[in-house]
Design a protein around this ligand. Sequence first.
Ligand code: ZN
Length: 237
Amino acid sequence: MKITVYNEFNIHHKSGKILEAYPNGIHGSLKKLFEKNGHEIRTYTLETINDITLDVLKDTDVLVWWGHMNHNDVKDEVVDMIVNQVNLGMGFIALHSSHLSKPLKRLLGTPCTLQWREMDENERLWVVNPTHPIAKGLPSYIDIPHDEMYGEPFAIPTPDELVFIGWFKGGNVFRSGCCYNRGYGKVFYFQPGHETNPVYEIPEIKKILLNAIEWAKPTTRLEYLDCPNATNPLEKI
Ligand code: ZN
């Protein structure tokens, strides 16, 4: 499978905190995970994302997105191409603070706002749909020792399928794993993954990411949506 990973990798890595958790960046950790499992990976950061081409997106089965502070620096032309490709069948996975990314907000059509608290609380991630492909091989819950709290209300459309609910020590709960069909493509939002803690190195979380790309990959990829030469089936009656 061909995976393209975007990691903003801008302000926070300069603070040093993110480098402690992810010495090669979140994109470096994800690249290693996906490559180890036989996938072809391209990576982009804030410095390069606006140079991504339509050819690269057409050649991408699943686009994995991690953005935080610089959502608005991603050009609308890039977002247009991404949304079009999802409608044609490309998978799109938005991680953690990408709930406010331009592509996800465009695909879901709502503000995607939430409550948050950065206190390094532990999170218990409950599998609420054990028969879903993204939950395959997982225990009934996963304990994440440190993560940022994201809480309800989460301003999203009701998910087509809900796979995970997060519970935080402070008492909040959150729809942490949400699936959507958009056009002919599949979209998955996954909440865990604050940049100062190496959440994406936890074995069960790696399993979720691998399951998610398998679930989101296109079965058929369309070239275009309109059919100018379609014949009218009533013509011959
Ligand atoms: Zn965060």
